[in-house]
Design a protein around this ligand. Structure first.
Ligand code: ADP
Length: 233
């Protein structure tokens, strides 16, 4: 029996309504929008193109370069525009989450730029960004082993729940908020991102992984559908 109610009435396994679309930035080589409820991310891919300055090139493979930016108008509080430690960290983690599905060796000396912009933030922005970027890379026609799907698991009371809103993240008693974002390769058991902010007891981890697995299966269907619709246009 779950003793609490989620503010928006969702079940613990329910994701927020998802929106996904490709081709939202026509000048990019590939682009996509992905939203979990009020969290909206767009991603634009440029490349592979020759990397300058030359000393940054890798003769063995392409460099995947992600730039994540939470735009100032995406949150109600005052937020300084431009890069921050947080945005640098999320950019790096997104590179690690996506590179296992890419065949970077096929494009030596080049760079694949992935720009991720958060237009609206209501928690789960890094996961929405990864979902958008994964779709944008596929939309760019880059050879990929699979799509990457990402979701954050959180805790309410002593239960793990999927895809928390900011309101849910901010409401916590005792131990503090828990944000457990994960990303996985869609048709495999391989996780490419596992982060943890806050506390979670080890006996809740299997349930959290199960929630993430099931949520990722749903996210994957939404991503695929958008890519198929994009291909028809
Ligand atoms: P994530 O968005 O991936 O959950 P965080 O845990 O770092 O990443 O942030 C949680 C939420 O806090 C964000 O989704 C956003 O709603 C909010 N947030 C993050 N940074 C800021 C900021 N500088 N100003 C206001 N709100 C922010």
């Amino acid at each position: 029996m779950v003793a609490f109610k989620r503010p928006d009435g969702r079940k613990i396994t329910d994701l927020r309504p998802m929106t996904a679309k490709v081709g939202v930035v026509p000048n990019a080589d590939g682009s996509a929008l992905f939203a979990f409820g009020d969290t909206i991310a767009i991603a634009a891919v440029y490349g592979p193109r020759l990397l300058h300055p030359q000393h940054m090139q890798d003769p063995k493979q392409a460099v995947l370069r992600v730039n994540y930016d939470l735009l100032s108008f995406s949150v109600y509080e005052r937020k300084k525009p431009g890069p921050s430690r947080r945005s640098q960290e999320i950019s790096k983690m997104t590179e690690y989450a996506l590179s296992p599905v890419l065949d970077l060796k096929e494009f030596p000396n080049t760079v694949i730029d992935v720009q991720i912009y958060i237009l609206q933030a209501d928690a789960g922005t890094r996961t929405a960004g990864i979902n958008a970027a994964s779709m944008a890379l596929a939309h760019a026609g880059l050879p990929m082993k699979d799509l990457v799907c990402s979701v954050a698991i959180g805790k309410q009371d002593t239960t793990v729940v999927v895809d928390l809103t900011k309101e849910e993240e901010d409401f916590h008693e005792g131990e503090g908020a828990t944000d457990f974002p994960l990303a996985k390769i869609a048709n495999s058991d391989q996780f490419t991102l596992v982060q943890l902010d806050g506390n979670i007891s080890t006996d809740l981890i299997p349930a959290a992984i199960q929630l993430a697995n099931d949520a990722c299966a749903e996210i994957y269907e939404v991503q695929k559908k958008a890519l198929k619709e994009g291909a028809l246009q």
